[in-house]
Structures are given as C-alpha cells and as structure tokens.
Ligand binder design. Sequence first.
Ligand code: FMN
Length: 211
Amino acid sequence: MEFDFATLDPADRYKLLIQVIVPRPIALVTARDRAGRINAAPFSFFNVMSQTPPLVVLGIEGRPDGTPKDTVQYPRETGEFVVNMVDFAMAEAMNVCAVDFPPGEDELAAAGLTAVASAKVGAPRIAEAPASLECRQHAVFEIAPNGRSILVGEVVHLHVRDDAFADADRLYLDPGRLDIVGRLGGTGYVRTTDRFDIKRISYAEWLARSG
Ligand SMILES: Cc1cc2nc3c(=O)[nH]c(=O)nc-3n(C[C@H](O)[C@H](O)[C@H](O)COP(=O)(O)O)c2cc1C
C-alpha cells in the first residue's frame, strides 16, 4: 500500500509512523523546574544523534490545549534534564509515569521509583534505571503551533549499572544484563532477548566474497 503524506490525516500519519519505525528506545526523562518540582515522563520519539558533541533528541507533543508538556517547560527553566533508560524490570513503573496526574503529584513516588541526586545537573536520576544520561539543554525547536517541540540535550555525565558490563576495562556492555526495552506501536514493547551479530566487511572482503 502507498500513503501520500500530503493528504494523510495527522492521526493516521502518527499511527503508521509509530508502527514502522520500531523498536524505539524509551527515555524516561526526569526534570526539575525553577521551584524545585520534579517531573518524570517517558518518550519514545528519542535517540542519540551525535557523539561529539554528545547529543540526544526527544520529540515532544504539546498538550491538547497547545501548551508545552512539563518535559519541555522544566528544562526551559533550568536548562537541564536526565534521560533514564528503561529495563524490563521497570517497564510497568515507566508506564505509571505517563499517567496524566494532577499538578503536584509525585510521579516517581507513585511509580515506586527512587530519585537520587545526579552528579552534574540539578534534576535527579532514577536509581533503578540501568543507565542514566545527565543532559544540559542544547536546543529546543518549536516545530508546530500545537506545542510540538524537539528537545536536544548534550550528555554531560553517564551512569551505567556496574553489573551491566561484560568487560568493564574495554567498555563492553552485555545487552542481556542491561535488559533495555523498546517500544513498538500502540501498547507493544520488545526486549533484546533475540539478538544476532553481523560483522562489518571491508571492500577487499566484499570482493573476495563476490568472486
Ligand atoms: C512508552 C511511552 C512513550 C511515549 N512517548 C512519547 C513521545 O515520544 N512524545 C510525547 O509527546 N509523548 C510520549 N508519551 C506520552 C507522555 O509520556 C505523557 O504525555 C506524559 O504525561 C508527558 O508528561 P509531562 O507533561 O510530564 O512531560 C509516551 C508515553 C509512553 C507510555
């Protein structure tokens, strides 16, 4: 089937895009506002885009009334946030953080997650996360009048759970021990339990292979 994005309904664009661009990693973002309030919410329009500078990117919708979500507003006030990666053990808790709680409700407490002080930014990280990336806001792009923004963060500090390393001296992580989950469309998620390797090949190897 073919879909012309010039005429496709926005809801259908979303429906199709989130089903074909899979699996998406999930950033459980913790942020603090000027008054010290803490917010936590998951985002799967998320990835790393550069290592020098080390940049991560988040696509964040506006609220139905067009105002920005707290995950855009809080870093706007403090210039900082933390991306906590989500493993299988904390997947349900991550989902609780997406509940539309009334203002003032502590999402992390409701989800049974533990906020601990970060090393370089004011926003806390989540103790249960297998990895947490402390970020300074690099840029925010308001890409539509409905409050949709792209938030770019520069990673200034990384925490990785000690037991997730297969060989810490060589910085090799074991994906099975990290157990990070990804998001499919709708309510679907995946684990990294079905893995395979593909070795990169040089041009000489390519020539030798193709005879
Ligand atoms: C797994 C998952 C992924 C999500 N990804 C996004 C996303 O990429 N962009 C977005 O705007 N909302 C996303 N949401 C919804 C937000 O988490 C939700 O609207 C949250 O309440 C935003 O809260 P905030 O106002 O505290 O920032 C996602 C929810 C879940 C459960």
